[in-house]
Design a protein around this ligand. Structure first.
Ligand SMILES: Cc1cc2nc3c(=O)[nH]c(=O)nc-3n(C[C@H](O)[C@H](O)[C@H](O)COP(=O)(O)OP(=O)(O)OC[C@H]3O[C@@H](n4cnc5c(N)ncnc54)[C@H](O)[C@@H]3O)c2cc1C
Length: 589
């Protein structure tokens, strides 16, 4: 069985010394998040997910989900786990208190979600998608819809799904064809959705599908898409489940990874039509879905952190155990003594810690957006969330492929066979750059929307603020980090200037991926640099765990030398523009 111990000390350090959890707890409505409460939640989550969910990961993967008739049968290793999670109250951590949630900060919830995703990513997709449905209905549902659905979704009594994709409509949602015909107080939907995560299961006695579809007179393209609530079971006046709706699971995908998560083809309206209820106004569906998708994008970025953490822990354990070769003074050395293995472990560790800091940073800004009453201040944090979202989704998931692949490499041949579990992390991680908008689409979002929209102003604002960290590093004697971060910030500035000056439309889109990697590496590096300064300050004050603080500094230095140095390459690729990217004729491929 593969190990998993939640990195509680690391998370507490990040929350308390890098991201100002205490300040967030003072925002109106977050008063419950006292330091004692935060510590107690982190400790209990670590115990619960480590002891209860983590041991299911490998077995549930080998068992997978199956379709028997039109019924999805989930992995037996997971039997009873969902109910335990609901009973423990984990799904409702950030939920609105009016609907039974605990109203706690997103920054705390992300830490718990990280543990859940590390413990079993395939399983944790189920509560993750439900959370997205809660967000969309909380923002755009009518009072009646909120009363009908939110309490049960927040508590986890019901699950939720997101239904965008159709065979001809993947990245391009303008091509959605599912129909919604008005009938009385509702609509009748017909069409097929594919790749629907946890589209059916029996963990909950109802599943609330959010579905994108077109009304009969809708415009072509994205302006004609509306959003509907389609419950698996219709809901009676008294709130109990009524008749089965006309939605059926007609197929399960056979996938590279996340085998325990049923990825369903759902057919709507094969018989009398699936009853759906409009959310908000007609033709605004995509706008609404984006509110859910942005949250889901941050959540997918976090999955990258989680699977990387698990792969790292497993690689460390293996490296401490496997005896191979010798080093001076040690004739039978465990492989962790070999510098090349150490390089791989440091790469895994520093990328994971950098990704964690980047992902958590975005949620700290989210908390301010939700709670600040001052509109200008809230807008500042929203600008930050907007620019960080494609970085979190894109960069944290790109590095998860690298980290999990290194995890296999550390295991040698034993990594390539399924027995150790190292291969599972690599297989599981491979979906992350694909769903919730491929990383290519994230890069286009960064360059086309987030940078171009305000002519690079919010990027400049972010980069300008990060310069302070360079100064702080110098003050703390961390010149290696200061130099590397300083030149990375200049590279980011150079890249945005190159893009904004470009006249040919192919230049920014050809460069988009490299801009995303450059900015992701830089912001993650800046957060690690900030962590190193905090660790030095703690050591100077004689506070905290001195060996933890020492390791923080070394990890940040390693990242500055071995990872931020990649930024020179990213910048060169951006500057090269589209000449060679687009240089061949289509027929020549
Ligand atoms: C396991 C799994 C779970 C999923 N869960 C859900 C779910 O719960 N709900 C749901 O609705 N969907 C879900 N999806 C679908 C997922 O979101 C899509 O697969 C994804 O958006 C990509 O769409 P596509 O597969 O059609 O790829 P395509 O859109 O065909 O893309 C193929 C390639 O072309 C690139 N590309 C496409 N358009 C452009 C462009 N304009 N510019 C540059 N590059 C472009 C892409 O980046 C990609 O590399 C899931 C998919 C999988 C595999």
């Amino acid at each position: 069985m593969t190990v998993y111990n939640a990195p509680v000390e690391e998370i507490k350090f990040l929350l308390n010394h890098v991201l100002d959890m205490e300040g967030i707890a003072q925002l109106p409505g977050y008063e419950e998040a006292t330091p004692d409460m935060v510590d107690a939640i982190l400790e209990e989550a670590a115990r619960f997910y480590g002891e209860v969910l983590a041991p299911t990961n490998q077995l549930a993967d080998s068992q997978g989900s199956k379709l028997e008739g039109d019924k999805v049968v989930t992995a037996p290793a997971l039997d009873g786990i969902y109910q335990q999670i609901v009973e423990a109250g984990w799904p409702g951590l950030t939920g609105d208190v009016e609907f039974g949630g605990q109203g706690l900060p997103a920054l705390l919830s992300i830490a718990v979600d990280e543990m859940s995703q590390s413990a079993n990513m395939a399983f944790s997709l189920c509560p993750m998608l439900t959370k997205g449905v809660v967000t969309a209905l909380g923002l755009y549902g009518t009072d009646e819809q909120k009363q009908t659905y939110l309490s049960n979704l927040i508590s986890g009594t019901w699950a939720g799904t997101m239904n965008l994709t159709e065979p001809q409509a993947g990245s391009d949602l303008a091509a959605v064809r599912t129909k919604a015909v008005p009938e009385g107080d509702h609509y009748l939907l017909s069409g097929q959705k594919i790749f629907i995560t946890w589209g059916d299961h029996d963990y909950t006695d109802n599943i609330i599908h959010l579905v994108l579809a077109r009304t009969p007179d809708a415009l072509e393209g994205v302006k004609g898409i509306s959003m509907f609530i389609v419950p698996k079971y219709l809901i009676n006046e008294d709130g109990s489940n009524g008749k089965r709706n006309d939605v059926t699971c007609v197929g399960l995908e056979h996938k590279l990874g996340i085998h325990a998560s049923p990825t369903c083809a759902l057919s709507f309206g094969d018989n009398e039509g699936a009853v759906g209820y409009l959310v908000g106004e007609e033709n605004q569906g995509l706008v609404y879905m984006f509110s859910m998708m942005n949250e889901a994008r941050l959540a997918v970025g976090l999955q990258g952190v989680s699977v990387s953490e698990r792969a790292y822990q497993q690689a460390v354990e293996f490296a401490k155990d496997r005896v191979q070769g010798s080093v001076p003074g040690n004739k039978k050395a465990t492989i962790i003594h070999h510098p090349d293995v150490r390089r791989m472990l440091m790469l895994m560790r520093s990328l994971t810690e950098g990704a964690r800091a980047l992902a958590y940073l975005s949620l700290a800004h989210e908390d301010h957006v939700h709670k600040l009453e001052d509109k200008e201040q809230a807008a500042y944090h929203q600008r930050r969330v907007d620019i960080l979202t494609p970085l979190v989704k894109g960069w944290c998931t790109e590095i998860s492929m690298e980290v999990t692949s290194l995890g296999v490499q550390v295991h040698g041949g034993m990594g390539f066979v399924e027995e150790t579990g190292a291969a599972q992390h690599m297989r599981d991680a491979r979906i992350l750059p694909i769903y919730e908008g491929t990383n290519g689409i994230q890069a286009l979002d960064l360059v086309g929307r987030k940078l171009a929209r305000d002519k690079g102003q919010s990027a400049a604002e972010l980069l300008g603020e990060l310069k302070q960290i360079v100064e702080d590093c110098r003050g703390a004697g961390l010149d290696v980090i200061a130099d590397s971060l300083g030149s990375s910030l200049s590279a980011c500035q150079g890249a945005t200037e190159t893009l904004l000056a470009g006249e040919d439309w192919t230049t920014p889109v050809s460069a988009a991926y490299n801009v995303l990697m450059l900015m992701g590496t830089t912001v993650a590096g800046a957060m690690l640099a900030k962590s190193a300064v905090a660790a030095i300050n703690l050591n100077t004050a004689g506070e905290g765990n001195s060996s933890f603080n020492h390791n923080k500094v070394i990890t940040a230095k390693f990242f500055a030398q071995h990872v931020m140095s990649r930024n020179i390459g990213y910048l060169e690729a951006v500057k090269a523009g589209s000449e060679t990217v687009m240089g061949l004729d289509v027929e020549d491929f």
